[in-house]
Structure formats: C-alpha cells, structure tokens
Design a binder for this molecule. Structure first.
Ligand SMILES: Nc1ncnc2c1ncn2[C@@H]1O[C@H](COP(=O)(O)OP(=O)(O)OP(=O)(O)O)[C@@H](O)[C@H]1O
Length: 328
C-alpha cells in the first residue's frame, strides 16, 4: 500500500491576547491510498482543525503552524502556493461538513450552486470551463449518484425546500464534482436525525467503495466511525493517543483514554452494564497539562506521566499507542 497522506510532527497553535493555544501537538498519522480512516475524540480535541489543515482552511492569524509536514501524494500541503492549493481543493481533496445548511446559499437554486461548483472545478483544473447547460447535465447525474430521486425537480429547488439529509446529499454530490481522491468528512451526520444519519453514512461507504475513494471521517461518535472505517485514530487534546485497526481497537483498546471512550458506549447486548464516563473534562489548551495531556484524568498516571510526553510507539504490529504504561 502507498501512503496518500502523511502527517508528521504537525503542531498548530492559535495565538490570541490570552496567549498561544497549542491546539495540535505533534500529530503523526498516515492514510494509505484507498483506505478508510476514522478520527475520534471528544469535542474540542482538534479533529476539525486537523481536517481544515489539509485544505489550508484555518484562518491565519490566529492559526500558526509551529512545525511539521502534511504530505499529500508526496507534496507538502503546508508550503503550497495558494493557486496550487486551489487546484487541489475539490479535485484531489474534497470536504463535507457537519451543517449542510450553512454551506448552501439560501437565495440560489440548487442548480445554480451546483453549476457554479462544477464550473469552478473546471477553472481550478486550468482547462476549458464547460457551459452552464453541460454543467447542469453533470449536476443531474451527480445528484442521481448520491441516491436523490427526481434530480430535475431538485435542481429547481432552493435549500430551504430540502430536508437536512437531502441537503447533505447535495453537498456530497458537489464534493464529487471534481472527482476527488480523498474525501474528508467532518461530522457529516451529526446534525441529522438518527435514521437519516444511517442512510448518509451508508451512502458515504458506498461511494468510497464504488469510486475507490480514500476516506478520512471525523466524528465524536465511535459508532459512526466504526461503521464506516477500517482503521481508527483516537485523539485527545490535540494529540494522537492510539492508532489501530477498528476491530482491534474496539475489542482491546490499549490507551486508557481509548478504553474510557469505549467503556462509555452503551452495549445493547448487555443492558445490565451501565456505561462508564471518563471523569473530568478536556484541559485548556492555553496551559495544557505537562507530560501526557491525559494524565490528570488517568487512573494509571504516575510521576513519569506528568513529566514526560509519551511517544506514539508501535506496541503491536500495526498498532500505535502513546502511553508510558500501555502493555500489549
Ligand atoms: N479559528 C479559531 N480560533 C481560535 N481557536 C480555534 C479556532 N478554531 C478552533 N479553535 C480551537 O481549537 C480547538 C480544537 O477545535 P476543533 O473544532 O478542532 O475541535 P473538535 O475536536 O473538532 O471538536 P468539535 O467536534 O466540537 O468540532 C478548540 O479549543 C477550539 O476552540
């Protein structure tokens, strides 16, 4: 397998009058071409900031890259010129977000917005920009490919006339307009009803399979990630604490935080067991804990954990964990 995306020692801070918040603290992860990777962690642990880093979408200032590399197809995204980044956006890397309503313009029809997106992709590719009529035909077929019935009627609609699930499907169709290689989906189902969540998740899984997309799926919901991803990276307060195949992680988590996350998920087969939460809350990133950022909440913490940041090390083949005390 070849690595499509390699993130190495990536540190990003947000500067403000109150100080500098070390939001991502040495992220290391790789996504193989054609694979599905989920990123899970509590709200505020830096998942979205990491996803936005791939497309240069964190506003700078206040965002400041302190170190590291993000290589996509061998090229460092952090040093790309704006024109090269624009060419990549949508065509190689496409992104879908949590709240579909805020990414659609309420006063423009779906047809106009899709045509603009398709023609925008043509322009970014540097080739001929297709005429509106041709762009509309492409929009029609894209809507069909995301399982939306009656594309012609949909194209004539405005965003408020669609349900949340339909809006997310429209955005997924738009994300496919540039025929991307990597799809980054940041909480794509969080704003939707549970039944619609499952449908949108199934659609993403189907598109990944049929189009050979590489998927980076971000969610605070371990169930969502486990349903769609073969591999999971667990983040805590701006660090990667564990990286493992999905099944191995669910059955035998090695990091105390990952163990806590999994113990917090209700087990439908064993309703007599009350899920346990993780005591405490995520730390302020303006003054994060020394050593292991999880140590103040960890029942296995020792003096070493407060003093020394644990390295992300391969504890078992294909499994990495950042904990001084983790054992296979
Ligand atoms: N533009 C910004 N300016 C300053 N701080 C920011 C900015 N964007 C994000 N942050 C901070 O970065 C940290 C990580 O945020 P991020 O949105 O990545 O978390 P998350 O894990 O995706 O959580 P959620 O699921 O709630 O979105 C938070 O402390 C947040 O306040």
């Amino acid at each position: 397998m070849t690595a499509l995306l390699e993130i190495e020692e990536y540190r990003l801070a947000f500067d403000s009058f109150d100080g500098s918040a070390a939001v991502l603290d040495g992220i290391d992860l790789t996504i193989e071409a054609g694979s599905t990777l989920g990123i899970v962690g509590e709200s505020g642990c830096g998942k979205s900031v990491l996803a936005r880093s791939l497309l240069g979408l964190n506003p700078s200032p206040p965002a400041r890259v302190a170190s590291g590399q993000i290589r996509f197809e061998g090229r460092d995204l952090l040093t790309l010129r704006p024109a090269a980044m624009r060419a990549l956006r949508g065509r190689r890397i496409a992104m879908i977000f949590q709240d579909p309503a805020s990414y659609l313009n309420p006063v423009l029809s779906i047809a106009t917005q899709m045509e603009d997106a398709i023609r925008g992709q043509d322009a970014a590719a540097g080739g001929a920009v297709r005429a509106r009529r041709a762009a509309r035909a492409h929009a029609h077929s894209l809507l069909g490919s995301v399982g939306l019935p009656d594309p012609a009627r949909l194209l004539a609609s405005y965003p408020h006339q669609l349900s949340g699930g339909m809006r997310q499907r429209v955005l997924i169709a738009m994300a496919l307009a540039g025929d991307p290689t990597l799809l980054v989906a940041d909480e794509p189902t969080t704003a939707l009803d549970v039944t619609v969540q499952a449908q949108v998740l199934a659609l993403i899984a189907e598109l990944v399979r049929d189009r050979g997309l590489t998927l980076m799926l971000i969610s605070h919901d371990l169930g969502v990630i486990a349903a769609a991803c073969a591999r999971i990276v667990v983040m805590y307060a701006g660090t990667v604490v564990e990286d493992a195949p999905t099944r191995a992680l669910l059955e035998h988590p090695l990091h105390p935080y990952a163990q806590g996350l999994i113990a917090a998920v209700p087990d439908l087969d064993r309703p007599e067991i009350t899920p346990r939460g993780i005591p405490g809350s995520i730390p302020s990133l303006l003054s994060p804990p020394s050593g292991c950022r999880f140590h103040p909440r960890c029942d296995r913490a020792t003096a070493r954990c407060a003093a020394e940041k644990p390295l992300l090390r391969e504890l078992l083949p294909g499994r990495r964990v950042a904990c001084h005390h983790a054992t296979p």
